[in-house]
Design a protein around this ligand. Structure first.
Ligand SMILES: *Cc1c(COP(=O)(O)O)cnc(C)c1O
Length: 367
């Protein structure tokens, strides 16, 4: 029986090869690599895709989150509430502003921030709350808005390009959103990339300035605030424009694959991802199941040639660098997810027969 890769980007890129090469050749010939028309075009396209007024292209997703947080007032002496069940970048972005990350536990059903825990974690110095749409499932934004009152929400939408809730796409569900275009994300560059998406014109202007050395909007040589080099390259922006046209189809293929997994895994002693939230849909950045004896099962799948992976083996506070944020046992739902979660192969172009092979191998491992 042949194996199944965890992810195969070639199945997305091969059909686009001629177009992607053409983009590269065109940018090579113009010699315009930064802050050019390709970046402006992609920003307009991605803002329109999300249904938002503004998109500002940033060098990576972590930096997009950091810049949005600074623009929302995060800094030394402030606190930002977020989830321990995430890629560590969410917590790093908060800490990089000088704000203190405050971790609230997840709801084990959605695997996203629990609104009640968030309400309890908010204090007088809280300036923002960062929900993560984990694995591509939109966090319960209406309940979080309710729990947060006046405190703004920054979506970490790095895993949820195109997911929607109550008729709105991610990027428009909070004050602002940070996206990553890391190659394996639902929309990925051919390298690193990110974006801040928002309806807030002032916030977009501050982020736009900070990504380019704090320049004034009308004079790049007037530095009106501290900044640095945080721009998205023209080349990556132009490549992303090509790939953005395929995003809805790719997300649909992920949903179709998830539905087949649901059928194929029926009856096994594992927890499947929850169904779509009412009034919304998820985009399955990952297809993560939960099970006992996870490490053994992962090893058996790998021995059978099945690319299974763990996202993430440690909740934020159980990493050595972040152990001061909470003690072991403080965030039991996040700790349980980390101990039990297993990501199965999921990517656009995965074949039905491959999903069936994964399911069969899992059935054998659980035998
Ligand atoms: C990928 C990711 C990020 C960071 O994005 P980079 O582009 O790698 O910096 C942030 N948050 C989450 C949840 C992610 O999955």
């Amino acid at each position: 029986m042949s194996g199944v890769p965890f992810v195969d980007l070639g199945r997305m890129h091969n059909p686009l090869e001629a177009e992607l090469k053409e983009v590269f050749e065109q940018i090579l010939s113009t010699g315009a690599f930064n802050l050019g028309v390709e970046l402006e075009r992609f920003e307009a396209e991605f803002a329109a895709y999300c249904g938002a007024a503004h998109c500002v292209g940033i060098c990576d997703g972590t930096e997009a989150l950091r810049l949005a947080l600074v623009a929302m007032g995060a800094g030394p002496g402030t606190e930002v509430v977020t989830t321990p069940s995430t890629f560590i970048a969410t917590v790093e972005a908060v800490a990089a502003t000088g704000a203190r990350p405050v971790l609230a536990d997840i709801d084990p059903a959605t695997r996203c921030l629990d609104p009640e825990r968030v309400a309890a974690a908010i204090g007088p110095n809280t300036v923002a709350v960062v929900p993560v749409h984990l694995y591509g499932r939109p966090a319960p934004m209406a309940e979080l808005r309710e729990a947060c009152g006046e405190i703004p929400l920054l979506e970490d939408a790095a895993q949820a390009h195109g997911a929607d809730l109550d008729g709105r796409r991610t990027g428009t569900l909070g004050r602002a959103a940070g996206f990553s275009f890391y190659p394996t994300k639902n929309l990925g560059a051919l390298g690193d990339g990110g974006a801040v998406v928002t309806d807030d014109e002032d916030l977009a202007a501050v982020v736009r300035s900070m990504r380019h050395h704090g320049s004034a909007a009308d004079d790049a040589n007037q530095h009106v605030r501290p900044g640095r080099t945080s721009r998205l390259d023209n080349l990556q922006a132009a490549l992303l424009s090509v790939k953005l046209r395929e995003l809805d189809r790719w997300n649909e293929e992920r949903r179709t694959a998830a539905a087949r997994y649901r059928d194929a895994l029926d009856g096994l002693p594992i927890t499947l991802p929850q169904d779509d939230p009412p009034g919304g849909s998820q985009v399955f950045h990952l297809f993560a199941v939960e099970l006992d004896d996870r490490d053994r099962v992962r090893d058996e799948l790998r021995a059978a040639g099945i690319g299974a992976a763990i996202h993430y083996p440690n909740p934020a506070h159980l990493n050595p660098a972040w152990s001061e944020l909470a003690a072991p046992g403080d965030l039991p739902a996040a700790e349980s997810l980390a101990a039990r979660t297993l990501s199965l192969p999921m990517f656009p172009g995965i074949e039905d027969a491959e999903i069936d092979r994964v399911a069969e191998a899992l059935r054998t491992a659980l035998g």
